[in-house]
Design a protein around this ligand. Structure first.
Ligand SMILES: CC(C)(COP(=O)(O)OP(=O)(O)OC[C@H]1O[C@@H](n2cnc3c(N)ncnc32)[C@H](O)[C@@H]1OP(=O)(O)O)[C@@H](O)C(=O)NCCC(=O)NCCS
Length: 141
């Protein structure tokens, strides 16, 4: 992700999430040495993005989203596989994320990619309130 993608990523956040990251917060990720974000491009249009932060070799995925008209074409799968490839180069050995209990498309995506359920956070989400499942994928470096 580069500066020129920030406005489109922020717009997609608003379309996809009840509690979206602001343009300013997304832009600050570019300055954060712990952060690693990827965008999927169709020409100059951002079709999707995935964002992460790594601390001491352990990575959290902050968000992943794909434009509604670009879904079911393997974009999210490619983004997460690309993220993991880049994280391996950065010597991270695992990727952890939270997902809404009711988010069937995302849960199917993570299951396909080999993420395992490692916990649940009660009432983690707002608008509407809901539990988060904690999923994790580990690999050897
Ligand atoms: C979840 C999301 C990122 C998936 O993006 P996508 O580009 O459509 O996903 P892909 O095409 O890469 O799908 C990969 C696999 O995920 C699963 N999957 C994705 N969407 C699915 C759906 N609507 N129903 C069932 N399975 C689905 C399938 O196993 C799929 O593989 P297949 O096409 O071979 O069956 C997208 O629906 C999205 O942006 N949702 C809104 C934001 C969101 O909820 N983000 C996740 C927050 S935790």
């Amino acid at each position: 992700m580069a500066q020129c993608h920030i406005a489109q990523v922020a717009e997609l956040e608003k379309i996809c999430f009840a509690d979206p990251w602001s343009e300013k917060s997304i832009a600050s990720e570019l300055e954060n040495p712990l952060s690693y974000w990827l965008v999927a491009l169709e020409g100059s249009t951002v079709a999707g993005y995935a964002g992460s932060q790594t601390v001491l070799g352990e990575t959290d995925m902050m968000n992943v989203a794909v434009r509604p008209e670009c879904r079911r074409q393997g974009v999210a799968e490619a983004l997460i596989e690309g993220l993991i490839a880049g994280l391996k180069e950065r010597e991270s050995h695992c990727l952890t994320l939270e997902v809404r209990d009711s988010n069937a498309p995302a849960r199917a995506l993570y299951e396909k990619l080999g993420f395992l359920e490692v916990g649940r956070r009660k009432n983690y989400y707002r608008n509407p309130g809901e539990d988060a499942l904690i999923l994790r994928k580990e690999w050897t470096l």
